[in-house]
Design a protein around this ligand. Structure first.
Ligand SMILES: [Fe+2]
Ligand SMILES: [Fe+2]
Length: 294
């Protein structure tokens, strides 16, 4: 993938973004959500398939699904904030100059997404959950920070998009929740097309100039980032709001459960495949299992 091809794709995506913005109708926000509304597909609720889920009655499951939806939307807000900060810092950077026009659309769309996610959380839950992510500053090789930043964005967007695609089609969900997921998926399909090509381009241009140790550390870093992103999906604040005693213990137990481990592997498979194709996923040594890293 040459830089010229990437620039052509960015131009085409910019045109689609302009049209999508012109076509968009405002979201319809009801004053309140009915008590019997499903806000997250049951199969995507973190506890699904565990004894704790089985022990809940229908109302308890819906209540948990509502707070999991608020957490999912919250994670989108925090992820998009970090993404917007990172992209804003790189606007008009020489390395990305050919794509600046598309980055403006990217930013505008992420800003709009935050109004959907934030609008839902503030209206119906009266809050968003706090951001628990901790980023430790360190030195980078030339271009490494950009590769890692856009690769993190790609991982985050691939993971979220799997949830969006499934929930956009789930007729059990409240129409507003379905529509937010549908619209997000529509915009994110452009971000993903661009992001994948950009990561490939940056990696090919910069990685050959790094030390072997710097290059070799990237796949492990991506696997650790994916795990850290998953950790936030098991949020003790959600379990507390849903009425569980010992919410931190619930988060720890559920994360380690067989059902949740299998579901993570299934949901992240697309993300892992893309990273593997880009050469950014650990190659198992003979006899090793990647389960621990993913
Ligand atoms: Fe987004
Ligand atoms: Fe995005």
């Amino acid at each position: 993938m040459s830089n010229t091809t990437l620039a052509a794709v960015a131009t085409r995506l910019s045109e689609t973004s302009v049209q999508a913005a012109l076509d968009a109708e405002p979201l319809a926000w009801p004053d309140a959500l009915p008590d019997d509304a499903w806000c997250m597909s049951p199969e995507l609720v973190s506890l699904y398939g565990t004894p704790r889920w089985d022990a809940l009655d229908e109302a308890g499951r819906r209540r948990l699904a509502f707070f999991e939806c608020v957490n999912f939307f919250t994670l989108n807000i925090h992820g998009e904030r970090a993404l917007m900060e990172g992209i804003t810092r790189r606007l008009y950077a020489r390395d990305l100059a050919d794509h600046t026009h598309y980055l403006h659309h990217f930013l505008a769309e992420e800003n709009q997404h935050m109004t959907w996610f934030g609008g839902f959380c503030r209206r119906y839950a009266g809050k968003i959950y706090p951001d628990r992510k901790l980023v430790l500053p360190r030195e980078h090789a030339p271009g490494e920070e950009d590769v890692l930043f856009f690769a993190r964005v790609l991982v985050f967007e691939l993971l979220v998009d799997t949830f969006n695609r499934r929930m956009a089609k789930d007729a059990r969900l409240h129409p507003l929740v379905r529509e937010i997921n549908r619209r997000h998926h529509e915009d994110e399909s452009r971000h993903l097309a661009f992001g994948r090509l950009l990561v490939e381009d940056l990696w090919r241009r910069h990685a050959p100039n790094w030390s072997e140790a710097t290059r070799a550390a990237v796949p492990g870093y991506m696997a650790a980032y994916l795990t850290a992103t998953w950790r936030e999906y098991y949020n003790p604040d959600v379990y507390k709001d849903a009425g569980f005693a010992e919410p931190i213990r619930v988060a720890r137990e559920v994360f380690a459960s067989e059902a949740a481990t299998a579901r993570r592997a299934e949901i992240e498979s697309r993300c892992v495949r893309v990273l593997r194709e880009l050469g950014l996923w650990p190659t198992p040594a003979a006899g090793d299992s990647l389960e621990a890293a993913s």
